[in-house]
Design a protein. Structure first.
Length: 208
């Protein structure tokens, strides 16, 4: 399964970081991203995570804090150095635009279940293609769990408790912000319809 973020795996840092920034601007401006949902293909199921989840709210809070703290810091720095204040102002503006792009991408980039596997996407923050044969097991999560900090664990839930966990038979490539790469063996994610996602992927595994 091809994806604009996953395609960054073919290049090395720091070029990946530059290409990632290009993708951020594409989603910010809405250039060439309307077809990314692929909802028109009957064999592909889409699963959102922004309708009932808090990802857009969390990103909105971050954007608000960037504005408030940015103004306060810029005014303070301006009393010391005008040039530094302008530089910090530009940096805060870039951070705000990035936040807006991530909010837009949360709707533009749903999780996809295809006949060949599962494309896990959380805005532009996490992206991982999981072939059916790589899925060792998956399960819905009904209880709150403690966040696990490990290079082998990818926590694809921003502002929400994950409601689905996927265990992989082997590590798969995942792309994070700025094109950073990781190879997780366990993914925790939040989706608006966890039961339907688990059932769909379970059916795929039974057929493979």
């Amino acid at each position: 399964m091809t994806d604009e973020v996953l395609s960054l795996r073919s290049v090395k840092q720091p070029l990946r970081a530059l290409l990632y920034e290009k993708l951020v601007w594409k989603h910010l401006l809405g250039v060439g991203v309307k077809h990314r949902n692929r909802a028109d293909e009957a064999e592909i199921r889409t699963f959102s995570y922004h309708e009932n989840g808090n990802i857009r709210t969390m990103l909105g809070v971050i954007g608000f804090l960037v504005i408030v703290e940015g103004i306060a810091i810029d005014f303070f720095v301006a009393t010391k150095s005008t040039k530094l204040a302008i530089l910090l102002g530009a940096l805060h503006l870039m951070m705000l635009l990035y936040t807006v792009a991530l909010i837009r991408a949360a709707k533009q980039r749903p999780i996809l279940v295809t006949p060949n596997g599962l494309l896990v996407r959380t805005s532009l923050l996490y992206c991982c293609w999981i072939p059916v044969e790589s899925i060792q097991a998956l399960s819905g999560l009904e209880k709150e769990i403690e966040r696990l900090n490990s290079p082998q664990v990818l926590w694809c839930a921003l502002g929400d408790q994950p409601n689905v966990v996927i265990w992989l038979a082997k590590a798969e490539d995942a792309v994070l912000p700025f094109g950073l790469a990781r190879r997780p063996t366990t993914l925790y994610l939040y989706v608006d319809q966890p039961t339907e996602l688990v059932n769909d992927v379970s059916r795929l595994r039974a057929l493979s």
